[in-house]
Design a binder for this molecule. Structure first.
Ligand SMILES: Nc1nc2c(c(=O)[nH]1)N[C@H]1C(S)=C(S)[C@@H](COP(=O)(O)OP(=O)(O)OC[C@H]3O[C@@H](n4cnc5c(N)ncnc54)[C@H](O)[C@@H]3O)O[C@H]1N2
Ligand code: MOO
Length: 467
């Protein structure tokens, strides 16, 4: 299936997305079937993890009625007639500090109560100390006994209302209600809520493990002094630096995945051998490069005999695409088709039926960097973000074009661009090697199949990629 003449028969973006999603459903099932890992609530690795189960607590939050202010617990009705001219005087009661058990409130008294301390039983409001006379506490007994000055009084120059400055039990979270739903990404505040609810261990699901493979004999070694060189060393003619591995690894990690990487050249046997060794333990393999119509297409040559399907879709960039599972790869391993594959370190690879890589889904993206990242944005990253409890979709808007645009009528074109001062969208050139334009882009404009010319001011859907 090379590019072929039958552009009209190419699958649409929607068809390809549906196929990718059904492939990735297996990943979700596999992770769910593994069950939750339980991490202590103070584990430093908890931030950013996703809950695997409903978290619930029996008790309410706050667990008891308590004071919102340092002040006096009172019966609000006793202050009904209070005014500046005729303050109401109440005798000084016993004090409750935070951490103390609730005391009984005596009618006709004002019980000192500190922020977070249980509301004395029988009181129904708290008056902040600075709104009383005198506006500060006298000497008090911390142990809840009578104040040293047993004749002391507190004056109130304004009425209060039942419930004023009282934090009711269950006001934050009623008893028995779920604390967090499954699939919730843990932020600092959510970790705080879990801790406040008294949950000591948090069931989390593990991240999707992606093996990212970049292929191509033209990719220079990154280590200094390697083949072609990098850093200060000049790049040998014909070689380029590998942009896709760091770029896609960053994109996958930002979408919540954990990423292993593999770089190989253009020899199909070596690629398969390296893959057979590296793939076990991953949920998904993503490749870039080696899939279009050339004479030396390593990924296509290595994987299409094993059942991975390569068929271009009606999209630009990102036309060439492949997808399937690695089940057949393990079969080939056992048949010895992988050359020197025999990965000593892959536990169970020989014993398990189908091999340790069996059933791992694989997505093959084109090698051009813009094509590779656009493919990920269109087909993979939203689903990874969903699995990671992140908002799946990019922020979408409709904005008018700042200029006329030409595009292939039969293709869904994804153009990179920026928003002008007047709010209209300016697009950069369509070339899928133009990485600097992609790096400067604020948006991906989605131009579906349709007219080959879009006039200035035509409204187009954009996905914001600048956050
Ligand atoms: N005769 C045809 N030629 C091409 C077609 C076609 O339909 N007929 N499709 C073109 C399109 S569209 C694309 S996209 C590319 C896809 O090619 P491959 O996926 O096979 O990728 P490669 O040929 O290996 O590489 C393409 C391009 O990208 C560079 N590259 C590859 N890997 C990296 C990397 N890790 N970092 C940076 N750059 C990378 C590579 O050097 C090439 O320049 O095929 C068109 N050809
Ligand atoms: O489809 Mo290719 O991905 O245009 O550059």
């Amino acid at each position: 299936m090379s590019g072929g003449p039958a552009a009209a028969r190419r699958r649409s973006v929607e068809q390809h997305r549906a196929e990718v999603l059904s492939l990735l459903a297996a990943v979700e099932h596999r992770i769910a079937a593994e069950g939750a890992e339980r991490l202590p609530v103070d584990d430093p690795g908890l931030l950013g993890q996703v809950t695997a189960e409903t978290l619930s607590t029996d008790g309410p939050l706050p667990p008891f009625d308590n004071s919102q202010m340092d002040g006096y617990a009172v019966i609000a009705a006793e202050l009904a007639a209070a005014s500046a001219e005729h303050p109401v005087r109440l005798r000084l009661g016993r004090a409750t500090a935070a951490g103390a058990a609730p005391l009984a409130h005596e009618p006709g008294s004002a019980s000192p109560v500190m922020t977070g301390a249980p509301l004395p039983l029988g009181a129904d409001a708290v008056v902040p100390v600075e709104r009383t006379l005198p506006p500060r506490f006298p000497a008090l007994s911390r142990a809840g006994g009578p104040a040293p000055d047993r004749d002391a009084e507190v004056a109130f120059a304004e009425p209060s209302a039942a419930g004023r400055f009282v934090r009711r039990a269950g006001e934050d979270l009623p008893a028995g209600s779920p604390v967090l739903d499954p699939g919730t990404r843990l932020t600092a505040a959510r970790i705080g809520l879990i801790a406040a609810a008294g949950i000591a261990e948090v069931p989390v699901r593990r991240s999707v493990r992606v093996l990212l493979c970049s292929t191509g004999d033209e990719l220079a070694e990154r280590s200094a002094g390697g083949d072609g060189g990098s850093g200060d060393a000049p790049l040998r003619a014909g070689l380029i630096h590998d942009a896709n591995t760091p770029m896609l690894a960053a994109a996958l990690r930002a979408a919540g995945a954990s990423v292993g990487t593999l770089r190989t050249g253009d020899t199909p046997e070596r690629f398969r051998a390296a893959l057979a060794e590296a793939a076990p333990g991953h949920d998904l393999v993503v490749t870039t490069g080696g899939i279009s119509a050339g004479a030396f297409e390593v990924v296509r040559e290595a994987l299409s005999p094993l059942g991975v399907r390569f068929a271009p879709i009606a999209m630009q960039p990102g036309g060439p695409q492949g997808l399937g599972t690695l089940g057949a790869l393990a079969g080939a391993d056992r048949g010895g088709a992988v050359g020197d594959a025999a990965p000593g370190g892959a536990p169970g690879a020989a014993a398990a039926p189908g091999g340790a890589a069996a059933g791992i889904p694989v997505l093959c993206f084109p090698g051009n960097p813009v094509s590779a990242l656009v493919s990920a944005e269109m087909f993979l990253l939203p689903e990874l973000r969903r699995l990671a409890g992140l908002p799946a979709e990019r922020r979408r808007e409709r904005r008018p074009l700042a200029h006329a645009v030409e595009k292939p009528a039969e293709k869904h074109q994804v153009r990179r661009g920026r928003i002008d001062a007047d709010g209209r969208v300016s697009l950069s050139a369509p070339g899928s090697h133009l990485l600097a334009d992609l790096a400067a882009a604020e948006l991906l404009a989605q131009l579906p199949p349709g007219p080959a010319e879009l006039a200035e001011n035509t409204p187009v859907e954009i996905w914001r990629i600048d956050d």
